[in-house]
Design a protein around this ligand. Structure first.
Ligand code: SF4
Length: 245
């Protein structure tokens, strides 16, 4: 017996970008039926974030999809600013996935040393580059299912690449997005995948990328991990976790 995908809600079915959402996200998002009040609150929050961070975009510098994956691997446990200091020399030294895959032992490690965990990161970059060469003729694929076959690429990285290198709708879930959407009561899930789909069900796909980008900025500026600055937060009227300050 075949299982039919659930019907998407009107905000998704009417979206011009719905067809570009990856198949799994389509299925998961369509299976969630959040109440209208929650969707309205998410829309208001997205509006406020758009006012505060109209230009929110990917903070990593890159000029092609492969460079973006490399930068994303380097950004683990490291600031985007630090990665952006390292990548100009790195991207000049190695131009193609084949060159990364063949980078001599120690050379790649030295170039990325200041981003931390450089041995593991160099290993991950070489393995990812090798799978791009072997399986995709040296070109980064745009399909979610193909991106997920690359060594070291989980949904977060795959979404980053789809969103920023290919202009496709996605929600990359990092610690900022997890923490803040939980504080805002937009999700009670605890795993990145479930959070991605919970938030996807609240907003149309054309709003996903900007929402994800701006909430990261909101996390760095205001809704900090240890001590949220609720007294300075534009989202406070819509936040069930607001703290008196
Ligand atoms: S009100 Fe406080 S907890 Fe809520 S989003 Fe703003 S800073 Fe975070």
């Amino acid at each position: 017996m075949t299982t039919r995908n659930p019907r998407p809600s009107a905000i998704h079915a009417n979206s011009p970008l719905w067809e570009k959402v990856d198949e799994r996200a389509q299925k998961e998002v369509a299976s969630r039926k959040p109440p209208k009040a929650l969707r309205d609150r998410a829309t208001r929050i997205a509006d406020l974030l758009a006012e505060e961070f109209p230009e929110a975009t990917c903070a990593l510098n890159f000029s092609n999809p492969f460079e973006l994956i490399v930068a994303t691997i380097l950004s683990a446990q490291c600031t985007d600013e630090r990665v952006n200091k390292v990548t100009p020399d790195l991207f000049k030294k190695y131009r193609t996935p084949a060159e990364y895959a063949a980078a001599p032992p120690g050379e790649l490690e030295k170039l990325i040393h200041s981003t931390g965990f450089y041995n593991n990161k160099a290993k991950a970059i070489r393995a990812m580059a090798r799978s791009v060469v072997d399986n995709f003729d040296g070109e980064i694929p745009s399909e979610m299912e193909n991106l997920l076959t690359l060594r070291g690429a989980a949904r977060k990285t795959a979404n980053v690449v789809r969103m920023h290198a290919f202009g496709l709708p996605g929600i990359s879930v990092d610690t900022h997005l997890s923490r803040i959407t939980q504080r805002l009561g937009l999700t009670d899930s605890t795993t990145p995948e479930k959070i991605e789909f919970d938030i996807g069900a609240l907003l149309p796909p054309e709003r996903w990328t900007h929402f994800a980008n701006s909430i990261i900025l909101h996390g760095r500026k205001t809704c900090k991990a240890r001590k949220p600055l609720c007294g300075q937060c534009a989202l406070a009227p819509h936040c069930p976790s607001v703290e008196e300050q």
